[in-house]
Design a protein around this ligand. Structure first.
Ligand code: HSE
Length: 428
């Protein structure tokens, strides 16, 4: 780099401090001109820095003519959205890790950035330290992407892995994860799948060049997964993972969703455990590639943020039109995605039912599936429980979701059915 690039850092939380500490150690031609955080206590641990570089006023950075890149690491929509819009209007390039903001307001922000000839980079928004946004936009640009499937949330992957490895219940592992600081005090965003939904929506927009309305994405979390489901899945040769999935059908509709799935142990993504994330991209001509690594955390996420800062800083030094492949092509006008209703999707299914242990129950279940056009792959009675009820698991061949839901409704109304415990989708 032939000139010093000055940046402003908004937010000195976990990721912000990771970025600051890494940049302080690394001589890469980047100067942190100012840092804004509303909590002034956070700055006390950086005694080596002049107090002048800290402020509680984000607009000191946004309005500073010497700052060319604003690094937003506050998270959430407000006030980050207003700060970023104001910075763009002031011709600042943006680096952010804010998946919620990009998923909900990316379209508006990218348009505004084009109008102002600045670039928004957000590698850290998906998969923490895993490089996925730039590879998808650049290295894989020659492909027709057919499917993306990802483990996009570390907290839920940690919980599912511990349930499987330690034979613990969901609630116990969640409490342990909170104690260790892996899960937030309010874990709903992770556990109920919303965090993964932001991330798969961002990947879908890039891969299929469409605006995805996040409110139309079907989302189910892992809070209904019990240890019994994990143990049954294991016996059938599967692990249970929270998967963000997107496919583009021939008619250009997007099948995009987040839900737990039984994933075959032969699928490479089934081996991604603990807090790790992975993204599997299928396309022509590449076939299948998998990116995996730490999906969250101070320094892994800082790695992606700093990569974006350096990519921008190097380009700004040599051109007035930096990183054309990372821009939102305003002339080409991205279409709004038509999203397939979950009822219309096709999957293989796992259905776990508790029934009374009387003759003909399995025959009844098979008949209901047959009458709804569902081909069974396997139906087994696992055992008879101490209260005399039978635990039965069905695995289906590929079927339409609405047929399976109808069959499940009919099963639940049978007098011999005590409970339909779970309905999960299967990925081979
Ligand atoms: N809370 C997220 C996770 C990390 O558990 O993966 C940030 O997106």
């Amino acid at each position: 780099m032939n000139k010093k690039i000055q940046i402003g850092l908004l937010g000195l939380g976990t990721v912000g401090s990771g970025v600051l500490e890494t940049l302080l150690k690394k001589d890469c031609g980047i100067t942190i001109k100012k840092i804004a955080d509303k909590d002034t206590d956070k700055i006390k641990q950086y005694a080596e820095l002049s107090p002048d570089i800290f402020t509680i006023d984000a607009y000191e950075l946004i309005n500073d003519p010497e700052i060319s890149i604003i690094v937003e690491l506050i998270g959430g929509v407000n006030p980050a959205f207003d700060f970023i819009k104001a910075a763009i209007k002031n011709k600042k390039h943006i680096v952010t890790a804010n998946k919620e903001l990009i998923a909900k307001h990316g379209k508006e922000l990218f348009s505004l950035a084009e109008e102002n000839n600045v670039v928004i980079l957000y590698e850290a928004a998906v998969g923490g330290g895993i490089p996925i946004i730039m590879p998808l936009r650049q290295s894989l640009a020659g492909n027709k992407i057919t499917q993306i499937a990802g483990i996009l949330n570390g907290t839920t992957n940690y919980i599912l892995t511990k349930m499987e490895q330690e034979g613990s219940d969901f609630e116990d592992v969640l409490k342990e994860a909170q104690r260790l600081g892996y899960a937030e005090a309010d874990p709903a965003g992770d556990v109920k799948g919303h965090d993964a939904a932001y991330k798969i929506s961002i990947l879908a927009s890039l891969a299929f060049d469409k605006n995805v309305d996040i409110s139309s994405v079907y989302v189910e979390g892992i809070d209904k997964i019990s240890l019994i489901d994990i143990q049954c899945a294991d016996e059938f040769g599967y692990k249970i993972k929270l998967i963000g999935l997107v496919r583009c059908d021939d008619d250009e509709t997007l099948d995009i969703r987040v839900h737990p799935m039984l994933v075959s142990k032969n699928h490479p993504i089934s081996r991604i455990d603990d807090v790790l994330n992975a993204v599997v991209i299928e396309g022509e001509p590449v076939s299948r590639v998998m990116f995996s690594g730490p999906g969250a955390g101070k320094f892994p996420t800082a790695s992606s943020v700093i990569g974006d800062i350096l990519a921008l800083a190097n380009e700004i030094c040599i051109t007035d039109y930096p990183l054309p492949m990372m821009r939102y092509d305003e002339h080409h006008k991205r279409k709004n995605a038509v999203i397939k209703d979950i009822d219309e999707t096709e999957n293989k299914y796992y259905i776990r039912v508790t029934t009374t242990n009387v003759p003909g129950v399995i025959g009844d279940l098979g008949l209901i599936c047959g009458n709804n056009g569902i081909n069974l792959y396997s139906i087994i009675q696992k055992k008879v429980l101490s209260d005399g009820s039978a635990k039965i698991v069905l695995l289906t061949e590929s079927a339409k979701e609405k047929s399976v839901r109808k069959a499940v409704e009919e099963i639940s109304k049978r007098p011999t059915t005590k409970t339909v415990n779970n309905l999960l989708r299967v990925m081979d």
